[in-house]
Design a protein around this ligand. Structure first.
Ligand code: CMP
Length: 260
């Protein structure tokens, strides 16, 4: 597929907005941000909240902030084959996928055709880079089927989500770039991984993983030390590995689908 095939653009966001007095009051104290409110049914609000809670960038928000984000989201229905984002364009909204599926393509320097990078499905979001870093769209997004998206405007994103997302990506990016296992990742893949990291603190002597448990988490050591112990032939716990900053563990249960 070539880039020209992406040039069937349609205005995507339209409709009326209103302003909630309650949040207006709240935010007017902080500055001049007046969040938009696009009224929705309770069912849709509930479904959006569930989807937001699957999204790493948004589930860290306070529930009052999630409510502001949900109110400010605007439904966008797209047809099969429609281009939602065109690489190189300016962008001022981010999209959540509510229903359907969309492909992400990127034309890399020196290539004549874009590369298909990933498929977006419900619960995923795209279009955040232009808002986070004020850059042109870094890839193109095209609908594989009729899909329902919710757009979030730049102003709401900047006021509610941006700072914590940037802080988080900056905080973990330098850390993850030191991890040997992740050296092959593209910067964008690493930044998405930053969105997924959750920091936990463990008291000295406490267990993070127990031998024999089933596991679905992979751990990096941000700071501190940990020990891996294993029962030896005589039933005694024996230290088999010591971990410190930037080390990782817990990958075997995930890679091989076996108990810890
Ligand atoms: P944005 O640049 O605003 O618009 C295109 C979107 O594609 C981008 O934000 C990301 O959300 C998404 N995307 C997915 N994979 C990549 C990638 N490898 N590089 C850049 N953008 C990507």
């Amino acid at each position: 597929m070539t880039l020209e095939q992406f040039n069937t653009k349609k205005p995507l966001v339209k409709g009326r907005t209103s302003v909630s007095a309650e949040v207006y009051g709240l935010f007017n104290k902080k500055g001049q941000f007046v969040p938009k409110v696009y009224p929705k049914s309770q069912d849709i609000e509930h479904a959006l909240l569930n989807k937001l809670n699957e999204s790493f960038m948004f589930r860290a928000l306070e529930s009052s902030e999630q409510k502001i984000v949900i109110d400010a989201m605007q439904e966008v229905r797209v047809e099969k084959g429609q281009v939602i984002i065109n690489q190189g364009d300016d962008g001022d909204v981010l999209y959540f996928v509510f229903q359907g599926s969309l492909d992400c393509y990127k034309l890399f320097p020196g290539q004549s055709a874009p590369t298909n990078l990933l498929t977006y499905t419900p619960g995923m979001s795209f279009g955040e880079l232009a808002l986070l870093y004020n850059t042109p769209r870094a890839a193109s997004i095209k609908a594989n089927e009729a899909s329902v998206l919710y757009s979030l405007d730049r102003e709401c994103f900047n006021n509610i989500v941006k700072e914590s997302a940037i802080r988080r990506r900056e905080k973990y990016d330098s850390f993850l770039s030191e991890v040997e296992l992740l050296q092959e990742l593209e910067p964008y893949e690493r930044s998405k991984l930053c969105d997924c990291l959750v920091s936990h603190t463990y008291a000295p002597g406490s267990y993070i993983i127990k031998e024999g448990e089933s596991g679905d988490t992979f751990y990096f050591i941000e700071s501190g030390k940990a020990y891996a112990t294993k029962k030896n032939a005589s039933g005694q716990q024996e230290t088999v590995y010591e971990y410190e900053n930037n080390d990782y563990f817990g990958e075997l249960a995930l890679l091989k689908d076996i108990p810890r």
